[in-house]
Design a protein around this ligand. Sequence first.
Ligand SMILES: [Zn+2]
Length: 59
Amino acid sequence: MIEVVPPDKRVCERCGRMDVWSEREQKWVVADADGEPQHGRPHCLHEWDINGSYNPVPE
Ligand SMILES: [Zn+2]
């Protein structure tokens, strides 16, 4: 189950990398899904599904 909480989570539209916002570290950290860190592709120029303001993009 992945809860969609826009300000706390971002996903790359190119490679599928998923980050979650760490309150403790005050930075984005790689999220886990099914026990696997969602790193995406190493050389991807990540295109996040959020850009400052929340802008939902239907798939
Ligand atoms: Zn990416």
